[in-house]
Design a protein around this ligand. Structure first.
Ligand SMILES: [Zn+2]
Ligand SMILES: [Zn+2]
Length: 193
């Protein structure tokens, strides 16, 4: 049995006890398992998807800026401008939120590598009332968080560049200059760190 990364566990709405069968006879082996609510993980995943969308738009725009096929630099600039406007409309917060994600509650439970059971008993005032709740392993949450934080600065610069492209239209005669400037910015952003 491998350690679960995302798992639905019957969870008591009163005391928070977790019980996903644990059936070994005479008893389960227990390994410590740290869990995060899947909801918190999904929020983080949503932020990461926004970051990816912004960086993807920079890559697309860079193509148009670097190789304005027909119509010259004005057509190239305007095509890239459309890409920037579309992605900023679709992702107004742009994955570059000022607010940090709330640090998630970490729940410790016990996992049995023999049967895959997960449990952790708390003292319940009444009788446990179970409902299925989704959990994600803390390791998996941490991986996502690291990615998110690691590219935050780059995403903020991407957002600035896209905003400039979306809102600034060069004066006649300055298309080449503006295009070259933004193409250089996009190139720097996309270069591997
Ligand atoms: Zn077991
Ligand atoms: Zn309970």
């Amino acid at each position: 049995m491998t350690l679960p990364e995302r798992v639905t566990i019957p969870t008591c709405i009163g005391c928070g006890s977790l019980r996903l069968f644990a059936d070994c006879e005479p008893g389960c082996n227990e390994e410590k398992l740290e869990l995060i609510h899947a909801e918190a993980y999904d929020e983080l995943a949503g932020r990461l998807a926004e970051q990816r969308a912004l960086l993807g738009a920079v890559a697309q725009a860079a193509q148009r800026l670097a190789a304005p096929s027909s119509g010259g630099s004005e057509a190239g600039y305007r095509a890239a401008q459309e890409i920037a406007r579309a992605v900023l409309r679709a992702h107004p917060s742009g994955g570059a939120q000022e607010t940090e994600p709330e640090p998630p509650d970490v729940r410790t439970a016990w996992w049995c590598p023999e049967c895959g059971g997960i449990e952790d008993w708390q003292e319940c005032l009444g009788i446990c009332v179970w409902r299925p709740l989704e959990w994600v392993s803390r390791e998996r949450y941490a991986e996502l968080e690291e990615q998110l934080v690691g590219q935050r600065e780059r995403v903020a610069r991407a957002r600035e560049m896209l905003a400039t492209l979306a809102h600034v239209t060069p004066r006649p005669g300055h298309w080449d200059q503006s295009l070259a400037l933004l193409a250089a910015q996009a190139g720097a952003l996309l270069a591997p760190p």
